[in-house]
Ligand binder design. Structure first.
Ligand code: FEO
Length: 406
């Protein structure tokens, strides 16, 4: 991979990871990138580094532009190991005059690498540092998605380096938004938001408002994963505005697991009820869908209907695991309902309902459970559950108050 120029004297020098398929439990089927950027000025500056195994790629890219020892400043926008894992080697190789980070960044760097005497230079929001011709301005973005996270803005070039925000896990030979397939790009950006950022939606809302208030002209958004948004940064900002407001797309998803196919039968009938009312739906069997793909559908849906039989007084482990994952990410502002078959105790529906209520979903149905194998009348109740969800969705989307029935 060659380095790529973003603007005069600003280069991408990161690494492409074609191999990774799991990012702490998130399936990264298209790999990822660890973006780092080099600014050539009176003070040569490296913005972010790469995951430890890619240190040599970073050095190779930097060396094709300048002797790495000439780097004066290292900016650390975020300390998570995919961006900072190689920092000890980088510090040894370049011996920087300053490591520029937030206060929380310094704390996290010490806690990760146990080096109290590195040349930390702590900045806070709106502070500026001149590199000579170019000026860096900083914006702390605490808890987006770590306490140390911050953005770095190059005023003269109007490039905002956004760490994890506006990124996607996508390994490509191309570096810019206009060079890749738009459907793939937006799918991966959606998946990234769903699995990394959903929990922080209220903070993202505030961040977007404060960036707007600062009135920063933005020519490019340069995240640490995926492509640099040079042609259409407004596209990803618009998508984030949509996602952080928890606006669904008017579709329903039925997420289920099944033991002896009774719950699958029920799921198919719930789908019939949705279809009768003109609602577009997706049937998602957890046996063949990865939780992080399901979360992508959750983010964009307006209703989530869960189906699971009872096993040992609880849910099947795949549903229990999925709900633990989903609860952690806290999607909200959706219609919810549950169903499932059981043998003799039947707790699964109650447990799924509790999870949905905890996420403040509007529960439009008390829950439907059927002993062993559903008969015709049970299947009709499933169709009716689908109709009920569809009607609640219509009311919800029309701005009418929909009350939870449990
Ligand atoms: Fe890409 Fe939070 O690290």
């Amino acid at each position: 991979m060659k380095t790529v120029q973003l603007a005069e004297n600003i280069y991408w020098v990161g690494a492409i990871d074609w191999l990774t398929r799991d990012f702490h439990g998130y399936s990264t089927n298209r790999g990822t990138t660890y973006n780092a950027f080099l600014i050539i000025d009176e003070k040569v500056t490296l913005i972010d580094t790469v995951k430890k195994p890619y240190f040599k790629d970073l050095m190779y890219h930097i060396s094709s532009i300048i002797d790495p020892k000439k780097i004066d400043y290292l900016v650390v926008n975020h300390v998570e190991m995919d961006h900072s894992g190689s920092i000890p080697e980088v510090v040894e190789a370049i011996n920087p005059e300053k490591i520029i980070c937030s206060k929380m960044g310094q704390k996290a760097l010490v806690q990760h690498f146990h080096q109290e005497d590195w040349p930390y230079h702590i900045i806070s929001s709106n502070e500026e540092i001149s590199l000579g011709k170019k000026t860096l301005q900083f914006l702390e973005t605490r808890m987006l998605h770590w306490p140390d996270s911050m953005f770095t803005y190059v005023k003269e070039d109007q490039i905002l380096f956004t760490s994890d925000a506006f990124g996607e896990h996508l390994a490509t030979s191309e570096r810019f938004d206009d060079e890749v397939n738009q459907d793939v790009l937006m799918h991966e950006a959606t998946k990234y938001y769903a699995n990394i950022l959903t929990l922080y939606s209220p903070l993202i809302k505030k961040l977007l408002a404060s960036v707007q208030e600062m009135d920063l002209p933005i020519k490019m958004l340069a995240p640490d994963h995926g492509v640099v948004w040079r042609t259409n940064p407004g596209k990803i900002i618009e998508a984030y505005t949509h996602w952080c407001n928890n606006q669904g797309n008017g579709k329903a998803i039925i997420v289920y697991d099944t033991m002896w196919k009774s719950t699958r039968l029920m799921a198919e009938k719930v789908a019939e009820g949705l279809q009768e009312e003109g609602v577009s739906y997706k049937l998602i069997d957890l046996q063949v869908n990865h939780r992080s793909d399901v979360m992508t559908d959750v983010l964009e849906s307006s209703a989530v209907i869960l189906g699971c039989p009872t096993l040992n007084n609880g849910m099947l482990p795949r549903m229990a695991g999925f709900l633990m994952y989903m609860r952690g990410l806290r999607p909200t502002n959706k219609i919810g309902a549950s169903f499932g078959s059981y043998g003799w105790s039947g707790e699964a529906v109650k447990l799924m309902n509790e999870s949905l209520k905890e996420m403040k979903f509007t529960m439009c149905h008390k829950g439907l459970k059927v002993q062993y194998v559903p008969q015709e009348n049970h299947l009709e109740e499933c169709v009716e559950l689908g109709r009920t969800v569809a009607k609640s969705m219509a009311d919800h989307m029309a701005g009418k108050e929909v009350e939870s029935v449990i």
